[in-house]
Design a protein around this ligand. Structure first.
Ligand code: SF4
Length: 357
């Protein structure tokens, strides 16, 4: 039986969540946009890195131009290894910041600097700092989905693919732990690692909308379907999963599991890569509707959707939307990230490409 010290609820109120707006272009407009983006990427020696949740056209462009499609840490890792001096990050702000922290000498641009994340917004650095100060003997573990300033206050940064192993290690060495910001992922990690942590009460507004009761009903209608769930989802959804995993793990499971139909509880942008991994299989969105539901994102992150072809083109044309992180913050934020990488290296774990944000 695990207990958590309850603190203030940092779930983002609905009025702070933008509506998900997906850009739709006429065919010739889209093709022209893609043609100009490809030319500018080449002329500017820029590499395009896109998250799995972004628009399929952006993922296609990253694939076709020698860029990369992945999760946040792997996006930053790619940026580090790429020769390109400019990185265009299609994702949300903390991903641009992580890319900058690991590649401070490179120019990092994003199509829209308003592309945020409810976990990041729900964990303001100053309030988090005051909170941590109340528990000076605790080790501070933060998820990748946090600002550079919050990472700078942490001892460890973890990803969804590495969190359980890191927390097990900390439990074995007798550490007391503060976890932030996602309460659902924190509860899942507690249960898996046999830990007791003080949980910051943030949540992802996309995964929080998946509904356990309606998922059970959908499973009854598709009895042979396997259920793939991201651990930012509520416990009532996680407990019905065949596989609980990071975005990369979910894509891998779609290709490897012996099933022809999958119910998927994560942002539907991931279907682009899942269909590449398993072109003959069928993917069904986990339900966000149902009794009492007030689905706003409805399975697609409003901030991820701010990344569009026209904004990407405008960024390349103008050079605007650069990510800057204070040098002192970069120095401090590097330490918890490096701790994770060293930990993974010692255990010969594949951290890059096996995690998420
Ligand atoms: S899907 Fe959730 S965790 Fe991911 S960027 Fe959007 S709000 Fe943040």
């Amino acid at each position: 039986m695990h207990t958590a010290t309850l603190i203030q609820d940092y779930r983002l109120p609905p009025e702070r969540v933008p509506q998900t707006v997906v850009e739709t272009l006429a065919r010739d407009e889209r093709d022209e946009c893609i043609r100009r983006i490809k030319r500018l990427l080449q002329e500017q020696d820029a590499a395009l890195v896109a998250h799995y949740y972004t628009d399929a056209d952006l993922q296609l462009l990253a694939d076709e131009t020698g860029g990369h499609v992945s999760d946040s840490l792997d996006m930053a890792r790619f940026g580090y290894e790429a020769d390109a001096q400019t990185l265009i990050v299609c994702g949300v702000r903390f991903m641009g910041e992580t890319a900058k922290i690991l590649n401070p000498e490179k120019r990092v641009l994003m199509p829209d600097l308003n592309a945020d994340c409810s976990l990041d917004l729900g964990c303001p650095a100053d309030e988090f700092g005051r909170f941590c100060a109340q528990y000076p003997d605790h080790t501070v573990v933060v998820y990748a989905n946090t600002s550079a300033a919050v990472k700078a206050r942490a001892d460890w940064m973890v990803t969804s693919g590495s969190a359980v192993d890191v927390v097990k290690h900390l439990v074995a060495t007798g550490e007391k732990i503060i976890w932030a910001p996602d309460k659902y992922l924190g509860e899942y990690v507690q249960a898996q690692a046999g830990a007791e942590m003080i949980l910051w009460q943030g949540s992802c507004i996309v995964h929080e909308e998946f509904k356990g009761k309606e998922l059970a009903e959908l499973k009854r209608r598709h009895p042979r379907a396997k259920v793939l769930v991201h651990p930012e989802s509520p416990a009532s959804v996680i407990e019905q999963a065949d596989v609980v995993s990071s975005t990369t793990g979910i894509i891998k499971a779609a290709g490897e599991l012996d099933a022809d139909t999958f119910i998927v509880a994560t942002d539907k942008g991931i279907f682009y890569k899942m269909k590449q991994a398993a072109p003959d299989k069928r993917f069904i969105e986990a339900p966000t509707a149902g009794k009492g539901a007030t689905c706003k994102s409805c399975g697609h992150c409003p901030w991820m959707a701010m990344n569009s072809l026209t904004k990407l083109l405008a960024t390349l044309e103008s050079g605007n939307n650069e990510i800057f992180v204070d040098a002192a913050i970069i120095e401090r934020a590097k330490a918890p990230i490096k701790r994770l990488l060293d930990f993974a290296g010692q255990r010969k774990q594949l951290i890059y490409g096996n995690n998420d944000a």
